[in-house]
Design a binder for this molecule. Sequence first.
Ligand SMILES: Nc1ncnc2c1ncn2[C@@H]1O[C@H](COP(=O)(O)OP(=O)(O)OP(=O)(O)O)[C@@H](O)[C@H]1O
Ligand SMILES: Nc1ncnc2c1ncn2[C@@H]1O[C@H](COP(=O)(O)OP(=O)(O)OP(=O)(O)O)[C@@H](O)[C@H]1O
Ligand SMILES: [Mg+2]
Ligand SMILES: [Mg+2]
Lengths: 227, 227
Amino acid sequence: IITIEHVAKVYEVGAEEVHALRDVSLKIDKNEYVAIMGPSGSGKSTLMNILGCLDTPTRGLYNFKGHNVSEMNDNELAKIRNKEIGFVFQTFNLLPRSDALHNVELPLIYAGVPASERKERAILALENVGLADRMHHKPNELSGGQRQRVAVARALVTRPSIILADEPTGNLDTKTGEDIMSLFNDIYQQGNTIILVTHEEYIAEHAERIIRIRDGLIERDENVIKR
Amino acid sequence: IITIEHVAKVYEVGAEEVHALRDVSLKIDKNEYVAIMGPSGSGKSTLMNILGCLDTPTRGLYNFKGHNVSEMNDNELAKIRNKEIGFVFQTFNLLPRSDALHNVELPLIYAGVPASERKERAILALENVGLADRMHHKPNELSGGQRQRVAVARALVTRPSIILADEPTGNLDTKTGEDIMSLFNDIYQQGNTIILVTHEEYIAEHAERIIRIRDGLIERDENVIKR
Ligand SMILES: Nc1ncnc2c1ncn2[C@@H]1O[C@H](COP(=O)(O)OP(=O)(O)OP(=O)(O)O)[C@@H](O)[C@H]1O
Ligand SMILES: Nc1ncnc2c1ncn2[C@@H]1O[C@H](COP(=O)(O)OP(=O)(O)OP(=O)(O)O)[C@@H](O)[C@H]1O
Ligand SMILES: [Mg+2]
Ligand SMILES: [Mg+2]
């Protein structure tokens, strides 16, 4: 369902060119569970933003479910993101002036879900990440790990078929992190696709395939035997 | 040098009271290396903010180097923070419109350090976290782990005698995280005090004392044999 060919991403900072991705090609099928690992600054979030249709490559092709993403306009991209993809950002990106409940309702509002069903689903999503008792807190009234979990709940509330999670457990203790991984596992068992960036081997072990990135290139791409 | 007695912190959210810290007492001596661990939402950052003179407790006493912190005004608190303490925030708190170099220079500006020395020291601090080649990037032009490292560099640039680091390696791969830990180790060997919050046992193992927090209370406070 996802095919990227010879994708590159170059940023310009003043007179300097930063090659965040140099030449990346990969294919991901429906119902795969992929972990992406690599050093800080190696290009993981840049790759995730391209896969999640949040950014376009400088060079190369991105084919999403048969459509050439690079030929799409902003409206079509936004529609794909809302309907098909749930994205957990490395820096959460919550609306600061809305409480946790409203932040989680937001994707359902875009999807046109009626208000009563919306509220119910958002509450359930927050229960699933252990935050039912924090739903009226704004982001600055939440701990770091609580904000991260609100970001996870928001990504899952539309029940998307593809989850892109950029370091979803970075701010969580091991036990809470395992609760989130077990949520992802359920979603995967239901036939969906999971692509997650992680720095931690024990999180990557939940996946069936590990892609290692270094300096804007794929260094290794291997299937792992799941225990 | 740090003594807190029966400290509590209560937040009000609408009609609700959140007891982030319930009754916390502890003493930390000069040149100790303390790790604070505990579940997401248990009160670690709240405790760090009080220790770092960024916030005042609802109840209880905080004695910092013989001074009663709860009796200080904002100016005196700011002075202590700038002169004595280096704080690495869980959410980095970088100035979005300034580049990495300027962000790291900021504490030196408050400290009245002359411009040429300031720039030199800020560049060195960035070199120490492996970011000399990113000094002119703004925070949104940096990866998550790079922003975290800028936050570390900024905390260390005034050469404070007390480092408070709230999950300083949460966004870093193991290798880069170890580089940061080895920086902290040098600072500790030079006679300074380190208090760090972490979710990872292998990071906590660098410390000589581990304090475990649960639900706003200290559950365990033990010295560990350093290997
Ligand atoms: N400004 C605030 N208003 C209301 N509640 C708050 C506020 N700040 C924190 N809290 C609550 O206080 C509790 C402790 O928060 P704290 O940030 O200290 O947790 P933490 O241990 O650092 O968690 P994490 O590991 O997730 O970073 C949390 O349950 C949080 O929801
Ligand atoms: N908007 C931008 N402008 C310029 N350079 C950028 C920009 N965004 C990212 N970069 C650079 O591109 C490289 C890759 O960034 P990316 O965020 O993809 O790294 P990452 O692998 O996610 O790192 P981390 O593990 O630290 O989150 C980094 O060196 C970063 O400095
Ligand atoms: Mg990243
Ligand atoms: Mg915290």
